[in-house]
Write a protein that binds this ligand. Structure first.
Ligand SMILES: Nc1nc2c(ncn2[C@@H]2O[C@H](COP(=O)(O)OP(=O)(O)OP(=O)(O)O)[C@@H](O)[C@H]2O)c(=O)[nH]1
Length: 181
């Protein structure tokens, strides 16, 4: 099975107050940490909803403004068009995603319990997700999980999700030198 890694990164960082994906952890932008952890688990990596460095950018589908699921739809379409079977997603604000997610999450569709933006999705769901977003106008991940029967997998590890500068401070204090990639 060929797996495409997709970093969902099209948000506005309103709660953080500045572009959180570029916020520094151990001297590197948060996106660097996500990419560094996602890349070895996948056969290719894209970034959804923004451009960053040399990573290939995938546009949201069916159009921008639909939240993280628009990024997932873009990634699923890209995966299907480029010979990938599965998409492993992570958000740009999860700097300590653990290894082995494909094995732990399989079989797809499935998400990490409590962190639904970390998920494993079959590329074959591309058209269904676009139709779902267009027809229902419901952009919630929960509704999409319900429609696809995505399993919620307890992975037994706490995963950080940085939404505010206080979250980042707490993460840095907790992780200490371990925050280095
Ligand atoms: N591709 C894509 N990603 C998105 C979109 N909206 C949010 N995301 C990503 O989804 C993840 C979770 O979103 P939030 O935590 O709400 O991030 P955010 O929207 O930047 O932050 P707030 O403005 O504070 O809600 C983050 O990695 C975002 O970058 C979108 O419209 N398209």
């Amino acid at each position: 099975m060929k797996v495409l890694g997709a970093i969902l990164a099209g948000g506005a960082s309103r709660r953080f107050g500045s572009d959180k994906a570029e916020a520094l952890i151990a001297g590197e932008p948060m996106l660097f940490h996500v990419a560094h952890r996602l890349s070895p688990q996948t056969d290719g990596l894209v970034i959804c909803g923004r451009s960053w460095g040399s990573l290939r950018t995938v546009a949201d589908r069916p159009r921008p403004g639909m939240g993280p699921l628009g990024g997932l739809a873009g990634a699923l379409r890209h995966a299907g068009d480029h010979g990938f079977d599965l998409v492993l997603t992570a958000a740009c604000d999860m700097p300590d995603i653990p290894p082995g997610l494909v094995e732990r999450l399989g079989p797809a569709p499935s998400v990490v319990k409590g962190q639904q933006l970390v998920g494993l999705w079959p590329a074959s769901l591309a058209a269904e997700l676009e139709a779902h977003l267009d027809e229902t106008g419901d952009y919630s991940v929960r509704a999409w999980m319900g429609r696809t029967g995505a399993r919620q997998v307890e992975i037994g590890e706490v995963m950080s999700n940085i939404n505010t500068s206080a979250d980042l401070d707490a993460f840095t204090r907790r992780a200490g030198p371990r925050s280095s990639p």
